[in-house]
Write a protein that binds this ligand. Structure first.
Ligand SMILES: Cc1cc2nc3c(=O)[nH]c(=O)nc-3n(C[C@H](O)[C@H](O)[C@H](O)COP(=O)(O)OP(=O)(O)OC[C@H]3O[C@@H](n4cnc5c(N)ncnc54)[C@H](O)[C@@H]3O)c2cc1C
Length: 442
């Protein structure tokens, strides 16, 4: 049994088989146990990358670049390569990831399987839109090339298919041209969701990246926040360029004691964070890693939540449902259990090719919570109920507790995905949201 866990470390699982190193041509899935699941970098928060009691296929050994057309920005590489490794190759050649989540430490396979989104969703949509084709290895040994035009149904099921349709061995993605690795950034203080929505509307056309932080712990209404918008500098920078690969500068090498993060310290942190700039508008120039991946600078940062781990709540609610977000913020402020920065962002309406992708037009809201047993689970239950009443959805990559009826309401296409699930593949998440099976004790 190997200790392969997810980022939140609340859902602990044990797995029978892990294949630490192989090349795709020699991979034979027939020797796997009854069920198996690909595992990337384990940066999903809940159990979407876990298969309690079954097998995991460790994909990190699949990390070779297969081809890079430097004129067209088309990159083919194995699915275990991380986004940081891809950036290390692409940035010096004047190319950039078309979509990137808030960490560069995930694999290409994980980015496709959760159809991840980034701060430019309003312009670029989700990751799957930029996948030209991929190879899927099924447990019967079949190797299928899938793209929007070849095996299109299997392609749609695999993008956002949470590793259930087979193993992505490699993929070809379209990168975007990069004018400069530095970003011009504006940070604007705001109060309340209306002002946030107005800033999003004003910025979406001219700013490549937008995201905001909201103080979910403050009882002040309207709640304060910082809206950030950024775009790549127009030309090459005159400043000397650092290595393009984002790197950790600090580390949290051990679990912090449970008392270290409490309502008082968290409120104080949020207050200081808000007041880190005096004027309403601040303009800066930042390297892309500092803006896009602020948390990658602290290795293993989830350990600050202590031994019991943490959970993240991330939902999206349609535009016009700010009342639902307000209700969630009130629930969180009353519980006093939320932590640091609540992240909010307006998604655009660019559809994803994925059958059950999470991003959809509306406002997404994400917040971390130290896991405190039944108290945390009770709060999540309330937050999920508000999301459901507002006809929103929860993000599987972050989830560890929604029920089967919630998932099936959020993702009515799930029976279509079920038709494409490889008969030998399964996950703790999938069993929970399709059969109501809960495999982890709080
Ligand atoms: C600090 C932080 C910030 C984040 N910010 C964002 C964000 O802004 N936007 C966002 O969308 N997500 C975000 N995430 C979540 C993260 O991007 C996703 O969970 C991502 O899928 C993790 O990829 P991974 O390589 O770690 O894969 P894992 O977590 O190991 O696996 C994720 C899924 O991919 C499947 N999978 C992995 N490899 C393969 C393969 N080769 N073939 C088939 N299936 C495979 C697994 O079975 C699993 O279902 C963030 C996570 C962290 C820790």
């Amino acid at each position: 049994m190997e200790a392969y866990q997810s980022w939140g470390r609340y859902t602990r699982a044990s797995h029978e088989v892990v294949r630490p190193f192989w090349r795709p041509r020699s991979l034979d899935l027939s020797g796997l146990p009854a069920t198996a699941l690909p595992y990337g970098a384990g940066r999903s928060y809940g159990d979407v990358c876990l298969n309690h009691g079954g097998g995991l296929i460790d994909c990190r050994g699949l990390d070779r670049f297969l081809g890079f057309d430097r004129h067209q920005g088309v990159l083919a590489c194995e699915a275990g390569a991380t986004l940081a490794e891809i950036l290390g190759l692409a940035v010096p050649g004047g190319w950039f990831l078309p979509v990137t989540p808030g960490t560069s430490l995930i694999t290409l396979g994980g980015a496709i399987a959760n159809d991840v989104h980034g701060k430019n969703h309003h312009r670029a949509g989700a990751f799957g839109r930029h996948v030209r084709r991929l190879e899927l290895l099924r447990s019967d040994g079949a190797r299928l090339i899938c793209s929007p035009s070849r095996n299109p149904e299997l392609f749609a099921a695999t993008v956002g298919g949470m590793g259930l349709t087979g193993l992505i061995t490699w993929a070809e993605i379209q990168l975007k041209p990069l004018s400069s690795p530095e970003l011009t950034v504006e940070t604007i203080k705001f109060h309340g969701l209306e002002e946030f929505e107005e800033l999003s509307r004003q910025s979406d056309q001219h700013w490549e990246y937008t995201v905001a932080w909201l103080d979910a712990l403050s009882r002040q209404n309207p709640r304060r926040g910082l809206f950030m918008r950024a775009k790549h500098m127009p030309g090459p920078s005159e400043r000397p360029q650092a290595d393009a690969r984002p790197r950790a500068l600090l580390s949290a090498p051990f679990d912090w004691p449970g008392w270290a993060l409490n309502a008082w310290t968290l409120r104080a942190f949020n207050l200081l964070y808000y007041h880190r700039q005096r004027p309403r508008l601040k303009k800066t120039v930042q390297p892309f890693a500092g803006f896009l991946y602020p948390l990658d600078a602290i290795d293993q940062w989830s350990r600050i939540y202590g031994r019991k781990g943490m959970m993240q709540f991330q939902c999206v609610v349609p535009f016009g449902q700010s009342e639902a977000l307000r209700a969630m913020l009130d629930l969180i402020a009353r519980s006093g259990t939320g932590s640091f920065l609540a992240v909010i962002k307006a998604f655009g309406d660019t559809p994803s090719p994925g059958l059950i992708s999470f991003p959809r037009p509306g406002i997404t809201f994400a917040l971390d919570f130290a896991f405190k047993g039944p108290k945390t689970l009770a709060l999540f239950k309330e937050l999920i109920a508000v999301t459901r009443a507002a006809e929103g959805a929860l993000y599987p990559a972050k989830d560890a507790c929604m029920g089967a009826d919630d998932f099936q309401a959020f993702y009515p296409n799930w029976p279509e995905l079920a038709k494409h699930v490889d008969p030998r593949f399964s996950s703790s998440f999938w069993r929970r949201v399709t059969q109501g099976q809960r495999e982890f004790l709080p």
